[in-house]
Design a protein around this ligand. Structure first.
Ligand SMILES: O=c1ccn([C@@H]2O[C@H](COP(=O)(O)O)[C@@H](O)[C@H]2O)c(=O)[nH]1
Length: 223
């Protein structure tokens, strides 16, 4: 059964703390992304870590190898449980990120964002569909020495088969009855878990609920 990381996408430290408190007994950790980090910086990350949950820092770094390595070095004292880079940054960039990260941080590569479908890929010059592109980038991430990838639940089964000990992060997870919003490649929590996700990243279905503690418990019951 996959563990749930709750995506806390807010610029408000107070709101982030409230959600983290609400989910702390059911979640395996919380994911903080660009919105939170831009508003609160490293001190905000530390404030959430002090609540006792592992933090996944989803900054999706993507630049030349030297710049990404320096950014990862600067983040290293935070000791995030998971840190993301974009696989499209290439092998050398991923190698540099992994070399700069601390030993307790899993560095994982975002393959194809779950908000993209085949026509979006086509529009940016990628003629293969999501499944093929995820497989290609997963192999590149593995060759670069990363710990795993981020992909949708639709691709995680094939990715897990090709990389049995990889760490697979699956966002774009929607319980029955939840709207997809800007996500295009969505699966249910159970489908993602059964297909081989290591962790499920779930945001709005939990954080937009009246009571996040109830929402996460209801989702966990479906796994
Ligand atoms: O391909 C990706 C990579 C990262 N994400 C992040 O996951 C959460 C999903 O939030 P929901 O509210 O459950 O849609 C969000 O923080 C994204 O930045 C992703 O969705 N897809």
């Amino acid at each position: 059964m996959s563990a749930i990381y709750v995506a806390i996408d807010t610029p408000s430290l107070e709101r982030a703390k409230l959600i983290a408190e609400q989910v702390r007994t059911s979640a395996a950790g919380v994911k903080l992304g660009l919105e939170f980090f831009a508003a609160n910086g490293p001190a905000g990350v530390t404030a959430i870590q002090e609540l006792g949950l592992p933090v996944f820092l989803d900054l999706k770094l993507h630049d030349i190898p030297n710049t990404v390595a320096k950014a990862v070095e600067a983040l290293r004292p935070l000791e995030p449980a998971v840190l993301t880079v974009h696989a499209a940054g290439g092998r050398a960039m991923m190698q540099a990120a992994k070399a700069a990260a601390g030993p307790t941080t899993k560095v994982v590569a975002v393959t194809v964002l779950t908000s993209l479908d085949a026509s979006d890929l086509n529009a940016i010059g990628v003629s293969s569909g999501p499944a093929e592109q995820v497989a290609l980038l997963a192999q590149l991430a593995r060759d670069a020495g990363l710990d795993g990838i981020v992909c949708s639940g639709a691709e995680v089964g094939a990715a897990r088969e090709a990389w049995p000990d990889g760490f697979f992060v699956v966002p774009g997870v929607r319980p029955a009855g939840s709207g997809t919003a800007d996500q295009k490649r969505v699966v249910s929590p159970r489908e993602a878990s059964e297909a081989g996700a290591s962790i499920l990243v779930i945001g709005r279905p939990i954080t937009a609920a009246e009571d996040a503690s109830v929402a996460i418990r209801d989702i966990a019951l479906t796994l």
